[in-house]
Write a protein that binds this ligand. Structure first.
Ligand SMILES: [Zn+2]
Length: 67
């Protein structure tokens, strides 16, 4: 990602963006619509995995070993 506000690469595949035909959604730029779909699926999967991990996480991980 560029620093000056202009994105340099697709947020999904990392390909350099063609400024004439980029695809912009939710604050991210993609080189094409397919990449937007891919990113959405990825984000949804990650969110689901995170939620699952959180629900399965052992609560005693950082608890003091008091017996
Ligand atoms: Zn792309």
């Amino acid at each position: 990602m560029g620093v000056g506000g202009r994105p340099a690469a697709c947020a999904s595949c990392g390909k350099r963006l063609n400024y004439k035909s980029w695809y912009y959604r939710n604050g991210k730029h993609f080189c094409k619509r397919r990449c937007w779909n891919t990113e959405q699926e990825k984000t949804a999967k990650e969110a689901a995995a995170k939620a699952e991990a959180a629900s399965k996480a052992e609560p005693a991980k950082e608890a003091p070993a008091a017996s």
